[in-house]
Write a protein that binds this ligand. Structure first.
Ligand code: UDP
Length: 240
């Protein structure tokens, strides 16, 4: 176990709190049960979501590290707390898509369920006031979010991460439809940050097509907690 102590609150987001620690290079992410959707207009609590998302995120970061992807994970501290390297987060959300859903259907008229081969990688500006718009590389460079080299790096990493995660989730009988990644800088390196969980991934059961992710909350599909627990059960079963 680490002797690291939780310090002052650095930042509170919609689903997580971030705390300083006695080590200036490390922070603690605490996962909350609160859930928001549609720019924060829909709000509720999903029982034990923080515990589920912390566990799944730790498992995913460990898997990715084992395949050579650099992440911010240091260690899981307890049910809700993860020790991570402090990042200078890039204000760009990276989305990878294997199957059309969500904003791709709403915005561009894709049919939900349409296979995207090769997968699509997109960048979105992290800016709530602007409703996180889709941007391209040139927008990102001019907005000084990242250099072109950095964007090429994170796009390549997103494709590698997608292949690793897609294969992994298939062994859990889950289709990885799409997911969001955030990257940040730490001591001259670009690391994968934030979380990887049913809040940030779309996951559909291979047999039944049942949605086992945040869409159950977004669209009031029912059994939200059960869906999160089901994904955790499959992840833990694989670890066990
Ligand atoms: N996503 C996320 N945070 C965001 C936006 C999207 O974690 O702020 C995830 C979302 O859960 C889905 C994927 O990224 O797995 C693609 O989301 P999409 O662009 O389809 O937007 P949405 O339909 O979620 O508004």
């Amino acid at each position: 176990m680490s002797a690291i102590q939780k310090g002052d609150l650095l930042y509170e987001g919609k689903a997580k709190k971030v705390f300083l620690t006695s080590d200036p290079d490390l922070v603690i992410q605490e996962f909350k049960d609160s859930a928001t959707a549609f720019d924060g207009t829909k709000k509720d609590t999903i029982a034990s979501k923080g515990i589920v998302n912390n566990s799944i995120s730790c498992a995913m970061f460990k898997l990715l590290e084992s395949k050579g992807i650099k992440t911010h994970l240091v260690e899981k501290l307890d049910d809700r707390n993860m020790l991570v390297k402090r990042l200078d987060i890039m204000m760009v959300e990276v989305i990878a898509r294997n199957i059309a859903a969500g904003s791709l259907v709403r915005r561009l008229g894709f049919t939900e369920g349409q296979i995207l081969d090769p997968p699509i990688v997109e960048f979105f500006l992290k800016d709530d006031a602007l409703h996180d718009p889709l941007i391209n590389d040139q927008h990102a460079v001019h907005l000084k979010l990242a250099s072109m080299d950095e964007l090429n790096h994170i796009r390549t990493k997103a494709r590698e991460i997608n292949e690793i995660m897609k294969e992994y989730f298939l062994t859990l009988n889950l289709k990885l439809v799409d997911f969001k990644l955030e990257f940040g800088r730490h001591k001259g390196e670009i690391l994968l940050g934030d979380e990887i969980s049913p809040d940030t991934c779309r996951l559909w059961d291979v047999e039944t097509g049942k949605k086992l992710d945040k869409d159950r909350f977004r669209f009031d599909l029912g059994d939200v907690e059960g869906a999160y627990q089901e994904v955790l059960k499959r992840v833990v079963g694989k670890e066990g």
